[in-house]
Structure formats: C-alpha cells, structure tokens
Design a binder for this molecule. Sequence first.
Ligand code: C5P
Length: 432
Amino acid sequence: MLKDKRILLIIGGGIAAYKSLELIRLLRKAEASVHAILTSAGQHFVTPLSVSALCEARVFTDLFDLTAEAEMGHIELSRAADLVVVAPATADLMAKLAGGLANDLASTTLLATDKAVLMAPAMNVRMWTHAATQRNLVQLIADGVLFVGPDEGPMACGEYGPGRMAEPADILQAITAALADEAVRPALVATSTTVPVPKPSPLRAESLPALTSDALQGVRVVITSGPTHEPIDPVRYIANRSSGKQGYAIARAAAAAGAEVTLISGPVQLAPPAGVEVVQVESARDMLNAVELALPAQVFIAAAAVADWRTAATAGQKIKKVPGARGPTLALVENPDILASIAKRRKDRPRLVIGFAAETEEVVTHAKTKRVRKGCDWIVANDVTPASGVMGGDLNTVHIIDNSGVESWPKLAKEEVARRLISRIGDYFAAH
Ligand code: C5P
C-alpha cells in the first residue's frame, strides 16, 4: 500500500519528535521513501544525523540553504511528495499554516504544496485547548488539512489531557487512509491564479481520519442532527438556525473510533461523513420514525434541534395572499419528544442516552432539570445566546451533566467537543 509512496515529513519542535524516528522506521519498513524537514526547534529534540540515517536521505533544515535550493527548491520538495506529514505538529506550526505565514523552510513548504497535508498535533493540554489553537484547528480543517490525534493521557510536562502525539502506528494508519483517499480524488486545489483563496473542501474535511482509535469498536451509535422543517404548505415551513455541525462532528468522531454509526439528519448544508449511514429526514415525526427504525443501538445521541411545534394541519396547496385581508393564523401542536421517548422506552432502550440542551440563560440549572425530565443519562448543555456564536459557528462551550455532577469544558472546536464526548463514552463502556 505504501510501497514507493513519497512522504515529506516535517518534524516540529516538541518532545514527541522522538516518536517521529519510529514513524520513519515504520514508513521505510513499508517501503515508502521519506524526505524530512527538521525545524530549528525540532533540532533540539532529534538530530539531523539520526533523522537522515533512518530516512537514508539528506535532511533539510534551512530555507536559505542555497545548495539545496539549486538541487531541489522548497517548492519542488513539497510537490515531489505524495503526502506531507507534520509530526509533531506544534501549536506554532498549526498557527503558521492557519495564518498563511511562511518564514522558514517548514512553513514555506506547507504553503507551497499542492498535496494533502496530514498533521499529528502534539503540545501541552492547555496549549491544545487554548482558544487560539482551537480556532486554528477549525480553520485548518476547513482548508482541507487532515488530522490524526492528539491522544489523551499523561504528558511529559506532568499534566494530563489531550495533547499527546498519536502513536506512530496510528499515524501510519492515517497516512495510508489519506493516500487511499487521494487516489480516488486527486488533489483538491484551486488551479486558477484568478482565485486567490482556495475554497474550503468539505469533502476533504469530511474524510478527516482524525481521532482514530478502537474505543467504540463494534458499538452501534444513533445520532440525530440538524434542524427539522415543519411544513406549513407545500412551499413554506417552520425551521430553526441549527447547522448540524456538532452532530456531524460527533458522527465522524464515533466512526473514527470504530463505531457503527447511523446519522439521522434534518436538512443541512453539510457533506455526509465518510463511513457513516446517513438518513435524511425533514420533520420531527420523520426523525422519530427514522430513529426507531435504526434501533437497537447501544448509544443514542440527540444533537438535533427538533422543532417543538408543527402546524396543526398542513395546507395541501400554497396558501394564497389575499390583498387587504389579514395574514393567516397558524395553529400549532406539540411535536413528539424524540429524546424523551427513546430514553423512556422499555424495549431496546440504548445503554447510554445523551441529550443536548441549548439554553440562553442559567444553562446548567435548566439542563439538570431537563436531564431528569427527559430521562436521559447525560445532557450536553450549551449556551446558544446569539453572542455565543454557537448556532452555526465552529466553536462550542459545553457542560456535561450526568448523575454524578457537572463537568465543564473550555471553549473548543466542535470537532474537539465531539472527540472528547466519544472518548468519554468509550471510558463509560470500559467502566460499565
Ligand atoms: O426540550 P429541548 O428542545 O430543550 O431539549 C433538547 C434535547 O431534546 C436535544 O437533545 C434534542 O435533540 C431533544 N429533543 C428531541 N425531540 C424534541 C425536542 C427536543 O429529541 N421534540
């Protein structure tokens, strides 16, 4: 699979750089060729000599190394590869690429490449969860950069949390997946010089091989996502501002953790996640039917913003505007509560039923009451006041409420919220 593939490996400055040596060894064993760029910070952790000995090729360190420029300029270096891998990807390298900075060989090469880029982040947990890094992560994903990891665990700095670089074997697996993906879809890069900003590639972002693990291997997970549309007549409907991004991110993270995922989606503008069964629905009643059909499952996650009400009757024809007359009055009736009805089932109740609570005030208090009222096991509560930018945005601040209390997470990319939620579910299954 990797035979004769050309990998350009950028090694950033972090304690995890030692794992990159093992990655090179695995790549060489798989008969891939590896060229490496070692940043100046990276040279504090591994030496050019050990990197070049393992690559069996010279190592590039300096943008202004004229000999190398004559032999193989940085543009050529990035284009001759089949895939560019950044491991460890430091907060600095992520920030540089997200911001388009190019002031050394690594950042210049990343900006000049027309090939897929796979990053394996490694940094202190606070650096990873910092708003700036999470913003950069969102930007890089939107730009089509692929990610693997970071893993959660004890760190060299003595702290615990996400930030450890993925293990070399997992990075190798992500490299294989990224190359397979490229084989079916050639590089998605704007070729016209009249388009200065490359378009974000939803397909690339959807195929994100991030967070690969087997924490939910074989577990069936059903997820609702997006808004529902409640018809008024054949052309009009009642809707809400949900983008579906959080539910889609959870579906991706669950699939990457080995789960068998059914995503029941209201109408959204998102590409279907790879490796996930997607059932498209419109109304709350359709959504409930689809969820019931998708059971049994061990986990049900209700991330959809289901309309609370629908019109009592749907007009068979478009309701006409009558000049001078009053507008029609819409009689509304309550929709079924999908979350509560699944949580309170006797037959086929999933082991873990997780709801969301979008609140605009007293977020945690209201969410605690909601958890009990709906009979679910966990509630993911978030503040959706317009100022929070959560609805439709890429970041989310959530509190996880279960029967033992409240766990508050910092403001994170929705992808990272999804990843943590899936990892928490994995821990739950391991412990119960
Ligand atoms: O009652 P509220 O809409 O705030 O509850 C939010 C939670 O309940 C979310 O998990 C949402 O997906 C779910 N819900 C549902 N069916 C409804 C209303 C909400 O599944 N009709």
